[in-house]
Design a protein around this ligand. Sequence first.
Ligand code: PEP
Length: 254
Amino acid sequence: MTQPRPLVAGNWKMNGEQASWKEAESLAGLLAAETAVRAEVMLCPPATLITSFGHQLEGSKLMVGGQDCHGELSGAHTGDISAEMLADAGASAVIVGHSERRTDHGETSEAVRIKAEAAHRAGLVAIICVGETETERKQGDTLNVICEQLSGSLPQNAKAGNTVIAYEPVWAIGTGLTPTLDDVGEVHRHIRAELTGKLGEDEASGMRILYGGSVKPDNAADLMAVADVNGALVGGASLKADDFWGIVSVYSEK
Ligand code: PEP
């Protein structure tokens, strides 16, 4: 079966100012010069940078995504941004349900599903994050938690072309810790099976399942070689073009 085209997406979180453009520019330059990279590459900067990155990267292979969106099209939601606004600013995707949003803003899986549906409505790819906490893993609940989050967060009519799943164990985010390769493989296999049950074989086999959580240039090749891992969602190591490139180039066909 043909494998989906990998995606390597960088989540800058609450980091980056106008001057950070130089990192995006270097990355876009590396991507333009390197024709052998078979992955799609995306940066998700803070909302304040999406418009300028969107304009500056027009025509480049480097894509821009948002880190969150509201479920509504517009209205009285101070401080929020709709999926349509992200699309208007030049984004082609949006991360929804990142564990930091689930924790900091109490987002439920239902809220995440509404955001993913909003992303689809606006023509954006929804990158839906799921992942267990350290306690849940220690209690042996990982697969149940993933299954519950996926069931609650995945829109019923999600398609391989408009949805990406990111498996991000909460305890691995920003800690330098990663699950064993067997554990990553087990969760990704489980997610693929769940997707098959919900969406059918065709959509499920084409849907990208990213691994995220302390992906660095020195562990990326091993993590990306695990079956059913179709790319990475990268936090800290996406802030510097050289580090991020060390991860992206795992997908260089040279
Ligand atoms: C993330 O926040 O999505 C993430 C994976 O962070 P880090 O790579 O820094 O662990």
